[in-house]
Design a protein around this ligand. Structure first.
Ligand SMILES: Cc1cc2nc3c(=O)[nH]c(=O)nc-3n(C[C@H](O)[C@H](O)[C@H](O)COP(=O)(O)O)c2cc1C
Ligand code: SF4
Length: 459
């Protein structure tokens, strides 16, 4: 993208940059030195607030504002680095830390100092085996050089940092599920309040931040809040990492200012370089699965915190785009999506546990070729009855389920109806029961309230 110099990925491809020596030679850790030796914690909080930095983990909450919720009279504070990265289609945290682990560690030190944390945990996604070793090596080196531990840079400030490996649950990316898991318990999200800022990990005031959010801090300290705020679109400041997967020429992780359009991301020569194998775009899940879906006519959507709302999406999410080609069967996209949330619901809340399960079974039935038109209405109705937004759940997982599932049905209804209409005769209840036993267990669907246009399914 013309005129834009990478900020977060500026060290990608630099030989040996995973080592402290090369990182420092490229300007690494200079911002942490500046922060600890020339700024007070409150000055850093104010600088970050003025930069407009909003969390990159999905919710987009302003980082400086979040930090200011910590009680003023606190004694011990914990910083939890959310490296669970389990949102489908998202791998920007992994890409960043694999290439530049010291940038992530430097961001952690700045955030910990700003929030007066004396303990930092990097909660790392279970499947990131190699990355664990990359991060641990970088952390060991940083400790040996005095960037962690007691009396950092002779300032009297002490910070201990540990990497904690998760066990592979999507819900442990939710900040209170993460905290429970960190404490050695089942990763069940907590009822709030109290919020983590008041009572978080081990009962201490806690800040949870995403890896990419923290990686923005060195640049803010070094170049100033105004410079950071000048990048992006109003209300969506700074650089952003975008990931792209699916049938494109160059799947991968790319950096650009916030506000890149989905079309630029897919077609741009600096980005995914267009569709592969002569395919056309049928749909794009632009921000991790939970934000919802765009049609091929909606590719001018800007990936920032506001324009996505004009397209009915839940939010920007992680900006992890999954591109779906014109050869895809949207029934399968629907079933895959629904199955994921049913599998990952932790089961504490009835509407989430049962709702995601029902939707998965209905969607599987549609994908198996035995759907009914009424199933589509039923799915949309179920989506409206679950989630934190409707006051029915402890955490946001069911909102994240309802958006993509409802939008797939609403935006691709024509195709789904047509596919249901094309089902060959002979798809009997017995046929479905034999092949997908779980689908058959759908008493709610057997109630016989189907509209007249629905195909009769012979017994
Ligand atoms: C079900 C669920 C899964 C989540 N997974 C992640 C995740 O993998 N990584 C992440 O940073 N945030 C995740 N979040 C958002 C976190 O709860 C939290 O908002 C975020 O870590 C805050 O960091 P930020 O302010 O820097 O974005 C998830 C939220 C929900 C509801
Ligand atoms: S909303 Fe779902 S995932 Fe979240 S706590 Fe309740 S049951 Fe668990």
């Amino acid at each position: 993208m013309s005129g834009f110099e990478p900020v977060l990925l500026r060290n990608v491809g630099v030989e040996g940059v995973r080592t402290l020596k090369v990182s420092e030679s490229r300007g690494g850790w200079a911002a942490a030195r500046k922060a600890l030796t020339t700024m007070t914690p409150d000055e850093i909080v104010e600088e970050v607030r003025r930069s407009g930095l909003r969390g990159r983990g999905g919710a987009g909450f302003p980082t400086g504002v979040k930090w200011s919720f910590l009680p003023k009279d606190r004694k011990h504070t914990v910083l939890c680095v959310n490296f669970d990265e389990s949102e489908p289609g998202t791998f920007n945290n992994r890409y960043l830390a694999e290439h530049d682990p010291h940038l992530v560690l430097e961001g952690i030190l700045i955030a910990a100092y700003a929030t007066r944390a004396d303990l930092a945990y990097i909660y790392l996604r279970a499947e990131y085996h190699e990355l664990f070793h990359i991060l641990q090596r970088a952390l060991d080196e940083a400790y040996a050089a005095g960037w962690f531990g007691a009396d950092i840079l002779g300032t009297g400030y002490r910070l201990e940092c540990h990497i904690h490996r998760g066990a592979g649950a999507y819900v442990c990316g939710e900040e209170t599920g993460l905290i429970e898991s960190l404490e050695g318990k089942r990763g069940w999200p907590r009822i709030k309040p109290p919020y983590p800022a008041v009572r978080g990990a081990f009962g201490r005031p806690t800040v949870v931040n995403n890896v990419e959010t923290l990686a923005c801090l060195p640049a803010i300290i070094e170049r100033g809040a105004e410079w950071f705020a000048s990048i992006g679109t109003p209300g969506s400041t700074g650089p952003k990492l975008y990931t792209v997967s699916g049938p494109v020429n160059r799947p991968g992780c790319f950096e650009a200012p916030l506000g890149l359009t989905v079309r630029e991301l897919i077609e741009g020569d600096d980005f995914a370089g267009g569709m592969a194998g002569g395919r056309k775009v049928k749909a794009v899940i632009p921000g991790g699965l939970s934000v919802g879906i765009l049609t091929a006519d909606e590719l001018d959507c800007r990936l920032d915190f506001t324009d996505v709302l004009n397209y009915g999406l839940l939010g920007l999410g992680t900006a992890g785009a999954i591109v779906i080609g014109d050869d895809a069967d949207m029934r399968k996209v629907l079933a895959n999506t629904a199955r994921f949330y049913a599998h990952e619901s932790c089961g504490q809340c009835t509407h989430c546990r049962e709702g995601t399960g029902w939707m998965a079974r209905i969607a599987e039935r549609i994908a198996a070729g035995a759907g009914r038109i009424a199933d589509l209405d039923l799915i949309v109705e179920l989506c409206g009855r679950m989630g934190m937004m409707s006051g029915m759940s402890i955490c946001g997982l069911p909102d994240g389920a309802a958006y993509p599932i409802r939008l797939i049905v609403e935006k691709f209804r024509g195709e789904l109806e047509e596919a249901i209409g094309r089902q060959p005769p002979g798809y009997t209840e017995r046929y479905i029961r034999d092949r997908i036993p779980s689908v058959y267990a759908l008493p709610v669907l057997q109630a016989g309230a189907a509209p007249a246009r629905e195909r009769a399914v012979p017994a």
